[in-house]
Design a protein around this ligand. Structure first.
Ligand code: NAD
Ligand code: UD1
Length: 336
């Protein structure tokens, strides 16, 4: 299949490119490189053993998008491109609505004009707001607690309206829980600029000696050890989930709008992750428990049953592999 991956040189996009290209698809990366490097494509070329196409462009550039869809004879789009930092979205909401909502709208117009109506969208568990019950299934009410989350929710609603208006659209919203880990080759991984906001890259930098200690946000939650519990899911499993979604959308069942959780169904606490990372790296990860981070919930984990039953997808990699691959990337990834 000919597949366009917007945001294809980013963290989750690049792992999905590796999988889809490795499976023999013609993949085209479309990225403005605002949060990634063209060098990722060189590394992807090494992984897949051939030269991939990167179109450097913005999803808000409708002309370039249309040209790319037509010239590359694209049949399906996986839409990763977007901004994703919660704090930044609170400080600069317009940038988030512009990039995430207007950007998606532009993409949809271009797809419609070019007759491409199969789309897999990167959504997030953030659309569930504060979980009202656990595990969170796809029937859980949606809400948003910050502009980033609202931008994802707006897009999901837009996609649902579009699918309801025209039965030719085939759309899957993939609601990722907490993506972590890196490619088994050690060639690609998460590369946050500045101080990492998220747990796993922060721990990796502490283990590597780049930061003194981890601040654990809250030790008095109603969880087994008092620290926050999340559903960490290996990025390579997420890539498998996108392949499964594309296969499903292409099947006789695939018409319409669908939402799928991508998580393991298993929650791990911050301190469990610290201990597992120490085991994987052989390094100590000093930490101190500090005040809760505003906006955090005690626990969040998925019911992955719908993805298993309908897509035939299930996360296969455990916390040990998530930590080991994140550590391999932290140690060796930059040396290439
Ligand atoms: P990332 O920042 O590594 O990748 C996003 C890519 O999109 C980057 O390469 C960036 O340069 C590109 N991009 C951004 N705006 C663009 C635009 N207007 N035009 C073209 N390219 C643009 O992020 P990621 O972690 O790989 O996330 C991918 C998607 O998954 C995002 O939509 C994000 O909101 C969503 N998501 C991520 C997580 C997570 O924890 N990483 C969780 C849930 C959902
Ligand atoms: C974050 C995003 C969420 C997004 C999700 C997907 C925020 C506020 N939320 O969720 O919108 O959908 O990623 O990946 O950014 N922690 C520490 N110390 C740290 C960092 C984190 O103790 O330095 C704790 C947090 O309090 C939390 C857990 O680790 O309990 C996971 O945090 P994080 O990796 O930031 O992910 P989420 O907050 O779950």
């Amino acid at each position: 299949m000919n597949i366009l991956l917007t945001g294809g040189s980013g963290y989750i996009g690049s792992h999905t490119v590796a999988l889809l290209a490795g499976a023999g698809n013609h993949v085209v990366l479309y990225d403005n490189l605002c949060n990634s490097h063209a060098d990722v494509v060189t590394r992807l070329n090494r992984i897949v053993g051939r030269s991939l196409v990167l179109v450097q462009g913005d999803v808000r550039d409708a002309d370039l998008l249309e040209r790319t869809l037509q010239e590359q004879r694209i049949e399906a789009v996986v839409h990763f491109a977007g901004l994703k930092a919660v704090g930044e979205s609170v400080a600069d909401p317009l940038a988030y609505y512009d990039n995430n909502v207007t950007g998606t709208l532009c993409l949809l117009w271009a797809m419609q004009r070019c007759g491409v109506r199969t789309l897999v969208f990167s959504s997030s568990a953030t659309v569930y707001g504060d979980p009202q019950y656990l595990p969170v299934d796809e029937m859980h009410p949606t809400s948003a607690v910050n502009p980033y989350g609202r931008s994802k929710l707006h897009v999901e609603e837009m996609l649902s309206d579009l699918a309801a208006s025209d039965g030719d659209w085939r759309i899957a919203c993939m609601r990722y829980f907490n993506p972590v880990g890196a490619h088994e080759s050690g060639l690609i991984g998460e590369d946050p600029s500045g101080v990492p906001n998220n747990l796993m890259p922060y721990i990796a930098q502490v283990a590597a000696g780049h930061r003194d200690r981890l601040s654990v946000y809250g030790g008095d939650y109603d969880t087994p050890d008092g620290t926050g519990v999340r559903d960490f899911v290996h990025v390579a499993d997420l890539a498998d989930g996108h392949l499964a979604a594309l296969n499903y959308l292409g099947s006789s069942e695939g018409a319409g709008w669908h939402a799928f959780n991508l998580g393991t169904g298993q929650g791990y606490s911050v301190l469990q992750v610290v201990r597992e990372f120490e085991r994987a790296s052989g390094r100590e990860v000093p930490y101190e428990i500090v005040a809760r981070r505003p906006g955090d919930v005690a626990s969040s984990y998925a019911s992955p049953d719908k993805a298993r039953l309908i897509l035939g997808w299930q996360a296969r990699r455990g916390l040990d592999e998530m930590c080991a691959s994140a550590w391999r990337w932290q140690r060796y990834g930059e040396r290439l």
